[in-house]
Design a protein around this ligand. Structure first.
Ligand code: VTB
Length: 345
């Protein structure tokens, strides 16, 4: 699956990030998202692959592009067997978030990125558009911290694993009313909290790299992005666990259905019998081969944002592969069509 795909998906996230970055700071989150979706889809459809969106912009009815079930790539065409080689005809599943952190882009804040994960068919958990309680931590704490334990207990374990005090830990939490008690508990335990307004994929990813001053992600974010985070963490050996949140009373955003019972039924119809199951990274991204790619839209902990100059732009991306066991930071200068002059930077 991998060979050239690993290189092509860099361009997919780069194009989405560049398109979205043009709307940075304009206060229009829907446009920042829409142009990213369009650019990602356009570049994806030029790849020799047979892809299917398993996590995308929503159900077909409310998302015209990159909707769940949409087929993408040249090898989904009818004459595919003539234009594609047998390797390229193998079906692959794709999870996308062309603009993770739309508010961050709209308000010119740090931490947004274009992101996707790929695996062979069935290799990514097709999460419903519910919420997910998440716990991310560095590889050294994997299988030691556990989302079933209290935040206080986990912070003690994390501090032990990292050979430091709890006071020396920084935990990222999304700034939401639902996290009031969690934030209180983390602070009472002695750790420091970095509140973010959006963008928990970037936060999860940061846990896997030392030097980022992010040691854990705790709290409730969106479930689909949880799968994308898990894909990266699975490749990097980092800790990631997720538990679906199906009770609308827990999040109070009005975004996950009318009732807890209705949501449990919906999960059952998707084949999820135990709604409280704790998913490990390896279950959310269970494929033999997993690829992950992200490109910074606005500056982040791991990557720069898109920087425009006359005649072009510069981007920074991260591509992670379970097969080649690499995490590759890619710094790209993009030259646009017919500038008056070209001043690379
Ligand atoms: C967003 C977004 C996150 O979760 O907040 C969303 O910024 C859901 O939370 O990065 P709200 O509905 O409370 O905003 C993420 O998309 C990803 O988990």
């Amino acid at each position: 699956m991998e060979s050239t795909l690993g290189l092509e998906i860099i361009e997919v996230v780069e194009q989405a990030a560049i398109a979205s970055a043009r709307w940075m700071g304009k206060g229009e989150k829907n446009t920042a998202d829409h142009v990213a979706v369009e650019a990602m889809r356009e570049r994806m459809n030029k790849i020799h692959m047979r892809g299917r969106i398993v996590i995308g912009e929503g159900e077909r009815d409310d998302a015209p592009m990159l909707y769940i079930g949409e087929e993408v790539g040249i090898c989904t065409q009818e004459d595919a067997s003539q234009v594609c080689n047998p390797d390229e005809l193998v079906e692959i599943d794709i999870a996308v978030d062309p603009c993770e952190g739309t508010n961050l882009v709209a308000y010119g804040q740090n931490g947004s990125m274009a992101v996707l994960a790929i695996s062979e068919k069935g290799g990514l958990f097709a999460a419903p558009d519910f919420y997910m309680k998440k716990l991310a931590a560095p590889a050294v704490a994997k299988n030691h911290v556990d989302i079933r334990k209290s935040p206080t207990e986990n912070l003690k374990i994390l501090a032990d694993c990292m050979d430091r005090t709890v006071e020396e830990l920084v935990v990222v939490v999304m700034d939401r009313p639902r996290h009031k008690e969690l934030i209180q508990e983390i602070r009472a335990a002695g750790a420091r909290v970095r509140l973010i307004s959006d963008g928990d994929v970037s936060a999860a990813l940061s846990c896997a790299f030392s030097g980022t001053s992010v040691h854990a992600l705790m709290g409730i974010g969106a479930a689909p992005e949880g799968v994308i985070s898990a894909a990266a963490m699975r490749c990097l050996g980092g800790h990631f666990q997720g538990q679906l949140i199906y009770d609308p009373d827990v999040v109070k955003t009005g975004l996950i259905g009318e009732s807890k019972e209705g949501n449990i039924d919906r999960l059952k119809s998707m084949g999820i019998e135990d709604p409280d199951k704790v998913y490990e990274a390896e279950e959310l991204a269970s494929g033999e081969t997993v690829l992950f790619a992200a490109c910074g839209i606005t500056p982040g902990t791991l990557m720069e944002g898109v920087r425009f100059f006359h005649g072009g732009a510069r981007t920074q991306s991260l591509v992670i592969s379970s097969q080649s066991k690499t995490a590759r930071f890619v710094d790209t200068v993009h030259m646009f069509d017919e500038p008056k002059y070209l001043q690379l930077r």
